[in-house]
Design a protein around this ligand. Structure first.
Ligand SMILES: Nc1ncnc2c1ncn2[C@@H]1O[C@H](COP(=O)(O)OP(=O)(O)OP(=O)(O)O)[C@@H](O)[C@H]1O
Ligand SMILES: [Mg+2]
Length: 356
């Protein structure tokens, strides 16, 4: 059981949007698909659903090939629950009729029981007669989820399901959604722009590049701690990036030297530096020759962390600003000299020479 995509490529006219994409999603698992705008995420979902005709590759649901050369099982026969970004509830149908929309072939009694069951699960049983326009975004989202799950699909496809919700609602609804998907045992393919959301929801993640190719697939932990390339490494938060030529197992950067032990001298490398790798110290905290002097550009304190943007003192125009996360309020003393130190942990090194 599950959804299996093999070697899918797709073009609109001469514009190739998906390049040889494969993914296995067994029942009960959630795969989150991330990638920049326009890379082909929605197109992949539409191909899996049967809304877009497959050009190359195979789509298998459970034991059945539903799309391949000369095979195209129509969308309504694939057993796929769909939920797109705008929820797209039917405005002229009330909540119960929206949820029951895909329940064909059931007696009225059985359909009503199923609708009750779903509404209870999404905590909306008392709103059955309401029409979509009087519901909040979060309530509409829950109804859309109930509608997608009502026909007991083997596969659920979600395209940025939480993007229309404000932050607090988003966190609550995604926790509820996660619980519902997991208890339903469906295979879920979910598109999101939000890496933090993917880390929270996914059993596995798949990161697509701007050219519609898969850059990395793995567990959230693998992708976060061992990003396959600089693009994936930079996907999570405000990562900093510096480049350099290796000499004596190091590169010299505006932040000081960074060890690059596994690279030969002369290699060009990019170091992606997560904010957690940078530490700021004020006068009295640093030793004389420690770190590089910096100017603070902005500091925003949120709960117990301060997100600081800084610039190396007297740096040239081509040296970018850096971002770091400081534990606690910063700076405690705004007059103090500040220095930045790099810690090797949370730094990822990638070769930028061709053919390496
Ligand atoms: N029916 C179509 N005809 C022609 N081009 C299309 C069609 N649908 C999508 N495209 C193009 O294919 C590319 C991928 O579109 P898609 O909607 O899959 O991207 P996406 O990754 O979902 O982006 P976003 O994150 O902005 O939703 C885009 O360049 C888009 O303009
Ligand atoms: Mg899209």
């Amino acid at each position: 059981m599950g959804l299996y995509l093999s070697n899918i490529s797709h073009s609109f006219d001469t514009h190739e949007v998906l390049k040889n994409v494969s993914a296995d999603i067994p029942s009960g698992q959630i795969l989150c698909l991330l990638g920049p705008s326009g890379c082909g995420k929605t197109t992949l979902l539409r191909i899996a659903a049967g809304l877009e005709k497959l050009q190359q590759g195979t789509v298998r649901i459970s034991d059945e090939i539903v799309a391949e050369a000369h095979i195209h099982v129509p969308a309504e026969k694939r057993g796929v629950g769909l939920m797109f970004q705008d929820f797209a509830l039917f405005p002229h149908l009330n909540v119960r009729d929206n949820v029951g929309f895909g329940l064909t072939g059931l007696s009225t009694k059985a359909a009503n029981q199923r609708i009750d069951q779903l509404l209870e699960r999404v905590n909306m049983l008392d709103q059955g007669d309401a029409f979509p326009h009087i519901l909040s975004g979060g309530q509409q989202q829950r109804i859309a989820l109930a509608r997608a799950l009502a026909p007991k699909p083997a596969v659920v496809l979600l395209d940025e399901p939480f993007s229309g919700l404000d932050q607090s609602m988003r966190i609550q609804i995604r926790e509820e959604t996660l619980g519902i998907l997991k208890s339903s045992g469906v295979a879920t393919l979910m598109v999101t722009h939000n890496p933090e959301e993917a880390l929270f929801m996914a059993d596995r993640m798949m990161v697509m590049g701007p050219g519609g190719e898969i850059l990395q697939q793995g567990t959230p932990n693998e992708i976060y701690t061992e990003p396959a390339d600089a693009y994936v490494a930079k996907f999570f938060g405000q990562a900093n990036s510096v480049t350099g030529v290796v000499s004596g197992g190091k590169i010299e950067t505006p932040l000081g030297s960074i060890d690059v032990p596994d690279c030969q001298d002369g290699c060009n490398v990019e170091a992606v530096i997560r904010p957690a790798a940078l530490k700021l110290k004020t006068a009295g905290e640093f030793a004389n020759d420690e770190g590089v002097p910096v100017d603070i550009i902005s500091a925003r304190s949120i709960e117990r962390n301060t997100f600081v943007r800084f610039r190396i003192k007297d740096a040239g125009q081509d040296v970018p600003d850096f971002h770091c996360r400081h534990r606690g309020i910063f700076p405690e003393n705004p007059e103090s000299e500040v220095r930045a130190l790099v810690r090797r942990k949370h730094i990822f090194i990638y070769h930028t020479d061709e053919n390496t």
